[in-house]
Design a protein around this ligand. Structure first.
Ligand code: FEO
Length: 164
């Protein structure tokens, strides 16, 4: 049986993952409005993945006889200055999520909840991958600068993700 403290923290993470999904959908909508359809497609796919992360925790809590309690989702930002700024903010957000996952792992260890610790391993690995992916994209933005042609190529490249 999962502890109250661990259950509350995992419910908090469900909220954080659904917020991530909402934030990335908001970023997709902004990119769409600026006609960066490839980048928008990338963000929409990311939004779907975040919802999947929330559902993974939802499934786990049910499996260990816990209770899922859904809280209100914060309103995400709706406007950014440039597509580059969108991806910079996404990077910052992923670092914030990594910290939250690390805090969950620390709590699981403190609670001697080895099953939850093991479950969270997947998220630890996933965060490394997500931060690396967004870092690579941001590095490309930095290389490109204001070169419109290169930005169009990057837009096309990022759009390929949705097609995979
Ligand atoms: Fe679910 Fe991007 O962390």
């Amino acid at each position: 049986m999962i502890s109250e403290k661990m259950q509350k923290a995992l419910n908090g993470q469900i909220n954080a993952e659904i917020f991530s999904s909402y934030l990335y959908l908001s970023m997709a909508a902004y990119l769409e409005s600026q006609n960066w359809s490839g980048m928008a497609a990338w963000m929409k796919t990311q939004s779907g993945e975040e919802y999947g992360h929330a559902m993974k925790i939802y499934g786990y809590l049910n499996e260990v006889d816990g209770t899922v309690v859904l809280e209100a989702i914060e309103k995400p930002q709706t406007n950014w200055k440039t597509p580059q700024q969108v991806f910079e903010e996404a990077h910052k957000h992923e670092l914030h999520i990594t910290k939250k996952i690390n805090d969950l792992v620390a709590l699981a260890i403190e609670e001697k909840d080895y099953a939850t610790n093991l479950f969270l391993n997947w998220f630890v690995t996933e965060q490394v991958e997500e931060v690396a992916t967004i870092t690579r994209i941001n590095n490309k933005f930095n290389l490109i600068g204001d070169n419109k042609t290169s930005l169009f190529l990057l837009d096309r490249e990022l759009g390929m993700r949705a097609a995979k």
